[in-house]
Write a protein that binds this ligand. Structure first.
Ligand SMILES: Cc1ncc(COP(=O)(O)O)c(C=O)c1O
Ligand SMILES: [Zn+2]
Length: 440
């Protein structure tokens, strides 16, 4: 007996389990949609106790009854998903300077995930476990970077072969992290859209399962558990959730979790989603701004540009053709949130400032989310009494070339005459001065 089923979001057709879902090539056999949501037989009431008891060593362990896996023996884990939500005093202080009396800012430390150090670890651990349970030996995926690394690691752990299709400009560090586990890398001459196309052709030619992208039920189910973690860790559930946006699994998963648990009355509001794209790859932002300017006319959800081969300083966010825009933008609108971009030229200053003030070494995608927070503050999108949660999706370890660009305090010396007494507090002013425009 399977403890879960997959229900089509378009026609409500029920696929009984993953075996059948995989046999149907991860689509609804009735209408062909790839977007099904998982439902469970276990009573949701018990979840409340599970959240607060926190018994287990990974999210898979703890939330097992509400994940699409039937046998605990198939869990593939490195202890991911149990990362802290931390009070960010520096950013809270900033909201005070902006005139907000009771606003608080928290950061969600996905850089502390023990697998590969990004918020893709939970999705990859879930997928590896599901694939293992269903006897899948080979899998393929197209990725802009972090998801490739996470899947390479967790699938290797499960003994599953993986072929990863990365775009031309993907970071070498990501390529290395796939390759080192003995998984196949295909570096595609083209952008992420082309990498996805060739991956799909490869999957069809060799009859191999391919990751279902941002609405893949395994990814959504894994990420929904972050809501449970916030409930346990935070006195008040966030009223604003800020995340760097590429395809947008975050809000899809948060909404699913809150829908699932609404009868428990643990959370009385959905957060406003503020999604942030890098300025050189911001098709969703462009679509959103146009719709907003025109008062969200009929059909606005499908009106967005497709950017060919976007060149961005944040390759992990290089989705130029965002097929999920209709889903994401509708969720953002329903939440009264926003989609904005952040100037890529400023990401290094953000990373330096955050490391200086908090000791957290954030990676490039995280700087986009943090920059989006500053911009939101300036634009009045953050209100008094808001509880803001910023997803720090990755640490700097993911991007060595980005890390090198953060060097800014070096003085070349030839003799002692070139050295002078050093006062670290002077640097503080220098760092903050770059962000005056967001605060004043
Ligand atoms: C650290 C980080 N933040 C945000 C994103 C964007 O995630 P999504 O594709 O769910 O929008 C990614 C995608 O790889 C990421 O690695
Ligand atoms: Zn259907």
């Amino acid at each position: 007996m399977s403890k879960y089923k997959l229900k089509c979001t378009k026609c409500n057709y029920v696929t009984p389990d993953y075996k059948t879902w995989f046999a149907n090539n991860q689509k609804c056999p009735e209408c062909g949609s790839n977007y099904s949501k998982v439902e469970y037989t276990e009573d949701v009431d018990e979840l409340k106790n599970i959240i607060y008891a926190k018994q287990g060593n990974s999210f898979l362990d703890i939330y097992f009854d509400y994940l699409p896996l039937n046998n605990r023996e198939n869990i593939v884990t490195e202890g991911e998903g149990l990362i802290p939500v931390e009070d960010c005093h520096t950013l809270t202080e900033l909201t005070k300077r902006a005139g907000l009396k009771n606003t608080e800012v928290f950061i969600y430390r996905n850089d502390k995930n023990p697998g590969t150090g990004t918020f893709k670890d939970v999705a990859a651990a879930m997928a590896a476990s599901v694939l293992k349970e269903n006897g899948i030996k080979e899998y393929c995926i197209a990725s802009t970077g972090n998801i490739a690394t996470a899947f390479a690691y967790y699938l290797a752990k499960a003994g599953i072969s993986l072929s990863v299709f990365i775009p031309q400009d993907a970071l070498m560090a990501n390529e290395a992290e796939v390759s080192v586990y003995g998984q196949r890398v295909y570096r595609v001459k083209g952008d992420y859209a082309k990498a996805k196309k060739i991956a799909a052709e490869y999957a069809a030619k060799y009859n191999i399962l391919m990751s279902g992208g941002n609405v893949d039920p395994a990814r959504v189910e894994a990420k929904k558990t972050m809501v449970f973690e916030w409930i346990r860790q935070m006195d008040t559930f966030p009223t604003v959730y800020i995340q760097a946006l590429s395809g947008g699994t975050g809000p899809i998963a948060i909404d699913k979790a809150l829908d699932d648990i609404k009868d428990l009355h643990l959370v009385e509001h959905y957060p406003r989603y503020i999604m942030v794209q890098p300025s050189n790859c911001d098709p969703m932002t462009q679509g959103w701004e146009k719709a907003k300017a025109n008062g969200f006319p009929e059909g606005w959800e499908t009106d967005y540009p497709i950017l060919e081969s976007p060149i961005t300083a944040v390759p992990t966010l290089a989705t130029g053709n965002p097929a999920t825009y209709p889903i994401i933008a509708s969720l953002v609108k329903k939440s009264k949130g926003d989609i904005l971009n952040f100037d890529e030229a400023e990401i290094y200053d953000i990373a330096r400032l955050v490391a200086y003030e908090t000791g957290v070494r954030v990676g490039p995608a995280s700087t986009i989310a943090l920059g989006g927070f500053l911009k939101s503050l300036k634009q009045g999108l953050i209100k008094d009494n808001d509880i803001v949660l910023i997803n720090v999706g990755e640490g700097v370890r993911r991007a060595p070339d980005f890390k090198e660009k953060l060097i800014y305090t070096t003085v070349e010396v030839d003799s002692i005459d070139d050295c002078e007494i050093f006062d670290r507090t002077k640097i503080k002013e220098q760092l903050w001065s770059k962000f005056d425009k967001y605060i004043n």
